[in-house]
Design a protein around this ligand. Structure first.
Ligand code: AMP
Ligand code: MN
Ligand code: MN
Ligand code: MN
Length: 276
């Protein structure tokens, strides 16, 4: 079992546990090196760091940036960033502003399939008014009886091709890597197995990411199967990328993996945490 967890979420975006409480939970689960990587948001880092350090845990400032790349949304994790870096803060402010416009469009789209007041409904679940996520819409749709779990909601709504999915322009890959690296951080492709990319598109993504100064790829994540650990270990080796590991924990009942319950990296990889 790894004592490292470099991908997790607090209530600042769409997790269920406040930043300080999340850090305490990670420590209780035996995590020794921990990163909070909230979506497009740095506001939880200070509180998480204080609680992490009070428990003797090493804390890594992180973020998970939403990126539009070709026809897909990619998530790029920044680790060991300076959370006070102006370009990073300003860039993320822009991404969050775009979320507000998208949330209105999602609500309008859901209205067409008979879901009333979805924006107000989603907002009830958003602890941070600047950050309405599809996860908040999903909780509202569960509340409305549209599906029995948020996972089931995503299969019928909110995902590409379904009601409540709207095209959106997030940051570009170049912007996200620029913000992360200028803030002193290392960039990692989050849960690469989740993107609907063919082999050629995967290689294009990895090549562009590396050429733009990217460092690592998540090999061990709650989103990957055992077979995908091996697949992405091979890609990491082929592209000279370091391997990261993170649960992507969002809270009880909304995560595939518990904090700190990550298996070891496959053999022969350089761990991304050797960079900090
Ligand atoms: P957004 O960044 O607003 O597009 O929302 C993406 C978030 O929705 C993710 O970070 C997860 O928290 C959540 N999410 C995405 N897919 C699923 C799924 N299949 N089941 C449950 N939650 C999901
Ligand atoms: Mn999320
Ligand atoms: Mn993600
Ligand atoms: Mn995540």
């Amino acid at each position: 079992m790894l004592s490292v967890d470099l991908h997790s979420h607090s209530t600042r975006p769409d997790g269920l546990i406040a930043p300080g409480e999340l850090a305490a939970r990670a420590a209780a689960q035996g995590v020794k090196t921990f990163a909070l990587t909230d979506h497009d948001e740095l506001g939880g880092l200070e509180e998480a760091r204080a609680q992490a350090e009070a428990r003797g845990m090493r804390f890594i400032d992180g973020v998970e940036i939403s990126v539009s790349w070709t026809h897909d949304t990619l998530h790029i994790v920044g680790l060991n960033i300076d959370p006070h870096h102006a370009a990073l803060m300003e860039g993320l402010r822009g991404v969050r502003a775009g979320r507000e416009v998208r949330a209105q469009k999602i609500a309008a789209d859901l209205e067409r399939v008979g879901v009333a007041d979805a924006l107000a409904g989603a907002r009830k679940y958003a602890r941070n008014p600047e950050l309405v996520s599809r996860a908040h819409f999903a909780r509202y749709l569960v509340e409305q009886g549209r599906a029995s779990s948020t996972d089931a909601v995503f299969r019928r709504y909110l995902s590409q091709g379904n009601p409540g999915y709207v095209d959106h322009q997030w940051a570009t890959l170049a912007q996200a890597l620029g913000w992360i690296t200028s803030a002193g951080g290392v960039a990692v492709i989050a849960h690469p197995g989740r993107y609907k990319l063919n082999q050629q598109q995967r290689e294009q993504m990895l090549g562009e990411f590396r050429d733009l100064g990217g460092t690592g790829v998540e090999v061990v994540t709650g989103s990957h199967t055992q077979a995908e650990y091996a697949t992405w270990a091979r890609y990491a080796q082929r592209y000279g990328l370091h391997a990261s590991a993170g649960s992507d924990y969002h809270g009880p009942g909304e995560s595939w993996l518990e904090l700190g319950k990550l298996p070891d990296l496959p053999q022969g990889l350089t761990a991304v945490w050797t960079n900090f």
